[in-house]
Design a binder for this molecule. Sequence first.
Ligand code: F6P
Length: 548
Amino acid sequence: MALKATNPTNTEAWGKLQSHFETIKSKHLKQLFKNDADRANNLTINWEDFYVDFSKNRITTETLELLTELAVELDLKNAISKYFEGDIINATEGRAVLHTALRASKNANVLVDGENVIPEVYEVKKKIENFTNSVVNGNHKGHTGKAITDVVNIGIGGSDLGPAMVVDSLQYYKNQLTTHFVSNVDGDHYQEVIKDLHPETTLFVIVSKTFTTQETLSNANSIRAWFLESQPKEAVSKHFVAVSTNVESVKSFGIDEANIFPMKDWVGGRFSLWSAVGLSISLALGYKHFESLLEGARKMDEHFRTTDFNENIPVISALLTVWYNNFFKAESEAIIPYTQYLNQFATYLQQGIMESNGKSVDRDGNKVNYQTGTLIWGEPGTNAQHAFFQLIHQGTKLIPTDFIGYVESLYGNKDHHDKLMSNYFAQTEALMNGKTEAEVLSELREQSASEAEIKELAPFKVFEGNKPTTSLLIQKLTPESLGKLIAMYEHKIFVQGIVWNIYSYDQFGVELGKQLAKSILKELNNEVSNSIHDGSTQRLIDFYKNNC
Ligand code: F6P
């Protein structure tokens, strides 16, 4: 077994953290700031263009020491080496986990089954580069000689969310191509996307690691049928390319081998945007920007791999999740980017984090006796403030929140950016400090409220505060800084999995529903007589069949 399996709750550090928790759980952040004049400085990491302030978390330097002690006791250092070196750390699927190799430098040496994978990584990158350049500069034309104007990425899960999020986030850097994403098996989704497209000027990129995914194959088949309604069969080779590990199935679909961009099974779907799965990113932004994205991730890999735990951004960030999840019993984490560009970021991370760490069996195959994966959610600020922030401020749940902000805006409208960022700063301050009863009373008196009104209203206006936040302040949203940010969360996922003693890189939990859907589909198509379902499911199926 590549990774050691230790129940974290049986470690010495866990016991110490438990006692430490008792001393800290009722301390207010305001008090912690009063106790340590240098707190903000001590709990902030300044790395490259990232300024990461952990000081508004319900921790002290002692908490951090104990959390890093836990990481040491669980042999995190050794696990990190195994992760980067291509050991079979995805043991339940018998695979290495090597998205880091996709952004490694050309002279790196990463062995899988005794063979260095880096030369092949660079071969595929060259193929992506050449193809991107020929489409973007108009050399690769549609079959009638017209330049490609639109690219449609057909994929789902990791074969959609990563590319879609990056293309949307970096739209400022886009070239003239318009990129679309079709993912849902809902036929209305693909119809809405293709309705205004011209087959002669559209390139379809079918992305499926396995090339067996029902949604993607249904969409690809329907879109190809639509294409062939108006275009000849020979045109397919100019308009359809695919990304997959399953070259044979792609060929049977009718795509030439030359138009297949291969990927390896050691790239997990939700970590695959750095591979050929990122072809749509490269096409949308140009290969140079795609490379910068990878370069940013490579820098974060280096930081994660070589920095002491107490200065290591992904490590601290992951340990804080453990702190809140397992000691404070917080159930979710919010991610609030203060940029509309990162509109899809939380959705993207939902797959990364929840598909990876939503596990309840440990690496020895035993049911865990502690909480694992957190719920992830979020929306960009300031919109989120007008939607669900009420609950974070005054609700009953503790929701540790990451605030992601940028020093510079892309179009440089300082007036708007200052307004945006004043909210970013104000929210973390408000969440931390809250508003005491005394403050509420004096505020109401200033507003000349009557004593009766004051008495009635005051309880509703008190904010407890003490809500933990982490502030990530990044210089500017660029392909490189986005690469760093994504890689930071990827490594956070890895560290959480090591601490929780689970396998983060399989996803068996998504299989059962897929299997049942397959057999129910046969019933809907009247290919088999109804199988036995529970009363509820049976009535729902009958209602659907009788009314469709
Ligand atoms: O949802 C399960 C899953 O296997 C994801 O992990 C994956 O990203 C997605 O389906 C798509 O898979 P594929 O790329 O093989 O079509």
